[in-house]
Design a protein around this ligand. Structure first.
Ligand SMILES: Cc1cc2nc3c(=O)[nH]c(=O)nc-3n(C[C@H](O)[C@H](O)[C@H](O)COP(=O)(O)OP(=O)(O)OC[C@H]3O[C@@H](n4cnc5c(N)ncnc54)[C@H](O)[C@@H]3O)c2cc1C
Length: 461
């Protein structure tokens, strides 16, 4: 690549072009997952859709590998690439709330915390994930599940429209009326179809919630808790978002000292309503369960539960991810979950089962490409530690755990909970019958597979 071409490209941008000789190159290329170390040739930090169009054209004409970066949270680091061009959207962070029709226009560099902050002032929220530093763009394009999913569906079920820069550099809007095939594909098909420069979401009334974690001793009570949670959930009101997890009680204040370092079974809930109603909703579960290590549920603003765990997961930790869609959770599977969890090599390692029911399960299997509509849970195994020397142990634990439980879940999993060892067959399994339609739409909008740094959908033959 000639310096002259790079110089011209820089001049065509309102944003910044960062090269390997820039003093902040290492900071600019760093991803959320410290296990991933990629060295792009150029990072185009775009300021607007015009910059994105210029970047797509420059990358395509120069034969560069292109990666698209929203929040940079992706497990295998699909927001970056080696030796190619990163289209970095991280400074495009505008949010505009329309209170009259409860919609929110969101730029693609926003974290879910950015949007929660803006909508909370209006008593509104969009269903996103459970850690507020996660990028809205990657989360949405993969599906998006969180506390509001039982009541209001996945993030994609609340997407009304997206602006997209396509592989040929052109700009289109996709919604139910305009480019409906592209709009269908964007709702779960990941970053395969173009660079989204703006999202329009439906928001819902959410202000103060009754929320927080309850932890029990996993060794003594894990099976009882998980079985009770599984049986309770189908009857629970949809205003209650509650997931179950296996984790470790952090060895620090304010956690009870006698529980420090012990493996725990947790139910983490967010009830969109009053404390009284929330307690009533949870009573059929909690009344039958033993004393927990602690119950820290309380009334809080919705953004507080959305960011409650942020401090435990700063940028730069080592992460190894595995996931599955779970349709049945028999007692035998629960035994396996608990036994494998006890082997965790680090305090931060966790397994979560997020409910896929209520509003998310009322969307038809072919209304969006998202492959888990029939599932009961989206399960994630996250092997996490701050020490890079633990990377091998994390991968070994994550893989062994997944192999032990995958026999109960023979299908695919949520693409946003995958790592780089999840191959094409696994991506196909995750989309099931919708894969062929995705491949046909890919052929129409990106026939040369320019956008291939993602859970890739190959253009149909
Ligand atoms: C701590 C943590 C908590 C999480 N919790 C949840 C959760 O509760 N629920 C949930 O559903 N997921 C959750 N996730 C998973 C999350 O959805 C994925 O990591 C997702 O990829 C993050 O998106 P991003 O924009 O930050 O990632 P990036 O790494 O920037 O991008 C991820 C992928 O999306 C593509 N992409 C990004 N922006 C665009 C764009 N504008 N146009 C086209 N393609 C684009 C990229 O090419 C890449 O393939 C969590 C992840 C982490 C690290």
């Amino acid at each position: 690549m000639r310096d002259e071409d790079i110089g011209q490209f820089q001049q065509s941008l309102r944003g910044r072009l960062i090269t390997r000789s820039d003093p902040d190159y290492d900071e600019a290329r760093a991803l959320y997952n410290g296990m991933i170390d990629k060295r792009p040739l150029l990072i185009a930090r775009c300021a607007n859709a015009a910059d994105v169009m210029a970047a797509v054209n420059f990358g395509r004409e120069g034969g560069l590998l292109i990666a698209i970066r929203g929040g940079g949270h992706n497990g295998p680091g699909l927001g970056s690439c080696d030796d190619g061009l990163v289209i970095d959207l991280s400074t495009m962070r505008g949010v505009r709330v329309e209170p009259a029709n409860r919609t929110v226009r969101v730029e693609p560099g926003c974290t879910s915390g950015d949007v929660d902050h803006a909508t909370h002032a209006f008593g509104l929220a969009v269903p996103f994930g459970i850690v507020s530093s996660t990028g809205v763009a990657g989360l949405t394009l993969g599906g998006g599940s969180g506390y509001l999913t039982r009541a209001h569906g996945l993030t994609i079920d609340n997407l009304i429209e997206a602006d997209v820069v396509l592989a040929d550099g052109s700009f289109v809007t996709a919604n139910m009326k305009d480019n409906p095939d592209l709009f269908w594909a964007l709702r779960g098909g990941g970053g395969n179809f173009g660079v989204v420069t703006s999202f329009l979401f439906q928001a819902h009334p959410v202000k103060m919630v009754f929320a927080g974690p309850i932890f029990w001793d996993a060794e003594r009570h894990g099976k009882e808790i998980m079985c009770a949670y599984r049986d309770f959930l189908p009857e629970a009101p949809e205003e209650l978002g509650a997931f179950v997890g296996l984790k470790t009680v952090p060895s620090m204040d304010p956690f009870p000292r006698e529980a420090w370092g012990k493996r725990a079974c947790a139910v983490i809930s967010c009830f969109n309503g009053s404390e009284e109603e929330g307690k009533k909703a949870l009573a059929p579960l909690l009344d039958q369960l033993p004393e927990p290590f602690f119950n820290w549920m309380g009334v809080m603003p919705f953004p507080a539960i959305q960011s409650l765990f942020d401090a435990f997961f700063p940028k730069g930790l080592q992460w190894y991810w595995k996931g599955d869609f779970v349709t049945f959770l028999p007692d035998e599977a629960i035994d396996t979950y608990i036994a494998e969890s006890a082997k965790a090599p680090s305090e931060l390692c966790l397994v979560h089962l997020y409910p896929i029911d209520g509003a998310a399960s009322r969307v038809g299997k072919d209304e969006t490409p998202w492959g888990g509509r029939d599932a009961t849970f989206s399960m994630v195994i996250a092997a996490i530690d701050g020490n890079p020397q633990q990377a091998g142990a994390l991968k070994r634990w994550g893989r062994a755990y997944w192999e032990a439980v995958h026999k109960f879940n023979p299908g695919g999993g949520y693409v946003n909970f995958m790592m780089d060892d999840d191959d094409e067959a696994r991506v196909k399994a995750s989309y099931g019958d919708n894969y062929a339609r995705l491949a046909a739409i890919k052929k129409k909008y990106d026939p040369a597979n320019l956008f291939r740094v993602n859970q890739n959908i190959r253009p149909a033959a």
